[in-house]
Design a binder for this molecule. Sequence first.
Ligand code: EPU
Length: 426
Amino acid sequence: MEKLIIEGGVKLEGEVRISGAKNAALPLIAATLLAPGEHVLKNVPDLRDTRTMLKLLENLGVRSQRNGDVLKIDSTDLESGEAPYDLVKTMRASVLVLGPLLARLGRARVSLPGGCAIGARPINYHINGLELLGVTCDLEGGYVDATIDGRMKGNTIYFDLPSVTGTENLLMAAVQAEGTTVIKNAAREPEVGNLVDMLNGMGARIEGRDTDRLTIHGVENLNPANCAIIPDRIETGTYLIAIAATGGEGVVTHCNPSHLPSLLEKLRATGLRIEETESTITVRQPNGSATPGPLKGTDITTSPYPGYPTDLQAQFMALMTLASGISAVHETIFENRFMHVAELQRLGAKIKVDGHTAVVDGCSMNGLSGARVMATDLRASSSLVIAGLAASGRTEISRIYHLERGYEGLVDKLTALGARVWKEQE
Ligand code: EPU
């Protein structure tokens, strides 16, 4: 196992290029199961999670070839309909093969993902939705055994909460169902929109992109896809916060600022100066002085898109440990997403957790000092990286495989911004 070493206290400056979105790449790769033939996906990040998804597809008989950020996937020889526990347990998003396997083969056997470091994360909405489309789902031995005789039948599906992968799974199941399916209270995340575009490009008839009501008119056949993955909005936000936390100034390129409305508003509320073009975001310290003043403590509440993303909660909390005054961080999506708090406290952060709220007492710029900490999940780990970059002295983060799940070329990108960061064996 490797650990990440950071010699903190260096201002990050310069430009950083954003990769394709992990959470768009995963459903789009799964969607290639829907139609036989060679699919082309562009701007695909090379991450532990995208590799796991390709391994899962390989297990099913699907071949893929990567050339730079272009992925060619040939799903002609899809044979198996089984996603085994060993793969699903390493990546919950494996459940995204359920819908497309059912649509293509009429059967799927997918391991239940189980809980994870941020919450229980059930898949009841996925299963209830499939049953409404006529699928028989049996839960046995830790697996969901799903079968359908002939084509699925369109129906109306309502989500109690807008589930991202739930919406994606049911979209992929319903595109070839007989008749019309309506998903109400659907997730509006840009990653869902990316999938809608890919499916419509394959010949699907989906209306309501970017709204909470998706209408899917079933079609009989789909063609192979040729589609690009959208920029990673969470990676974008992570670098903006990292640059800001070190007192630096920089430009994030190849991103889509319109996908980060709530983060950009919150960053501006802290006093940071944010400028957007169509594909870049520049972050500058308050009042433009060479010696940055402390940021203003700012509250956030996570909520489904276009609200503040839960996947940027931990990173913003790290920033608020350096701001002046008190900030409240409310987490409403996952019940256990404060694992980073105890680790941030090891760096000197003053944070108290009360239920779903963390209250941060900011200690102004460079008030943190380096320590040994442990990564617990992907986004918690990135908050530790941010805190370590801003802290004085040396921070060692163990279990960095979590970071490799979602941040392409993290060490290289940070080094190019001037950070002193490297990996070592544990
Ligand atoms: N929920 C249920 N039942 C379900 C599905 C969801 O109760 O069947 C609940 C969840 O427990 C949660 C809420 O609904 O309280 C929303 O969860 P959602 O289903 O939207 O989460 P997800 O689809 O499992 C995706 C991302 C997560 C991200 C969340 C929320 C992917 C592959 N994963 O998860 O990303 O945090 O949406 O935006 O798209 C990450 O990248 O680090 C990550 C965890």
